[in-house]
Ligand binder design. Structure first.
Ligand SMILES: Nc1ncnc2c1ncn2[C@@H]1O[C@H](COP(=O)(O)OP(=O)(O)O)[C@@H](O)[C@H]1O
Ligand SMILES: [Mg+2]
Length: 240
């Protein structure tokens, strides 16, 4: 079976069970939003999918390949990328360096970074995504919040992943910057990727998601096509 599948995933931190047995499947070319109150377990679920946290039980499959218990680096190598809530960018380093963070291309014979190739690829990728940053040598910390978010997304999209996980990608943005990030999310869906979006901004969720999953205290409360639900029903499921 193709797609990403979680089967009876559980996660505890010490004595606290944060994820109750969780079974969910995600299809290519679809945006699934995961919503729920603070502490519902949304970030933990994404981190389990990204290989940051090991589940206590259950299995994760991507296109029938078993990912459970592989490292975060292996998850990336298998095509699962996450855009973190805090972006996880190196603020002092420039845009190019950030796009290749942890994946620097080296000239194999000499073992040093091939800066020309990296800069070229960075420029092409940003153009392809419609992200305009005047000078790619700018330290990322000097860019606007929206531009930093765009760099974090470009970094995740650079190696053509199968799955993109977004944790609150618009939470820290000014209203005028939100549209571009939503466009980037739509583009990833149109590329046929599996897109999973955690967000507490229901306007954004209704603007980009095909499906809305509500979590509460580590449990699945509802799982509905966006077209078959409404903002008030989702709110009711979140707080109810
Ligand atoms: N690394 C951790 N160690 C211990 N407890 C954690 C850790 N990460 C999250 N938690 C706890 O798990 C619960 C769910 O957190 P989280 O997944 O961040 O929720 P959400 O993203 O829905 O707000 C919270 O009670 C939180 O305190
Ligand atoms: Mg969270």
């Amino acid at each position: 079976m193709s797609g990403l599948r979680l089967e009876n995933i559980t996660k505890s931190f010490g004595a606290i069970q944060v994820l109750q047995p969780m079974t969910l499947a995600f299809k290519a070319g679809q945006v699934t939003a995961i919503v729920g109150d603070n502490g519902a377990g949304k970030s933990t679920l994404l981190k389990v999918m990204a290989g940051i946290h090991k589940p206590n039980a259950g299995a994760i499959y991507l296109d029938d390949k078993l990912l459970t218990n592989l490292s975060a680096a292996d998850h990336r190598a298998c095509g699962v990328e996450m855009v973190y809530q805090d972006l996880a960018l190196a603020k002092q380093q420039n845009v190019v360096a950030n796009l290749f963070l942890g994946r620097e291309q080296t000239r194999t014979c000499f073992g040093f970074l091939n800066r020309t190739a990296m800069a070229e690829r960075a420029k092409n990728e940003l153009n392809r995504l419609g992200i305009s940053i005047a000078d790619l040598n700018t330290p990322v910390g000097m860019l606007s919040g929206g531009q930093q978010q765009a760099v974090a997304i470009a970094r995740a999209a650079l190696f053509e992943p199968k799955v993109l996980l977004f944790d609150e990608p618009t939470a820290a943005l000014a209203a005028r910057e939100v549209g571009q990030v939503l466009d980037l999310i739509r583009q990833q869906k149109e590329q046929g990727r599996i897109v999973i979006l955690v967000s507490h901004r229901l306007n954004d969720v209704f603007a980009v998601a095909d499906r809305i999953v509500v979590m509460k205290q580590g449990r699945l409360i509802s799982d509905t096509p966006t077209a078959a639900t409404s903002m008030s029903k989702v709110v009711e499921n979140i707080v109810g």
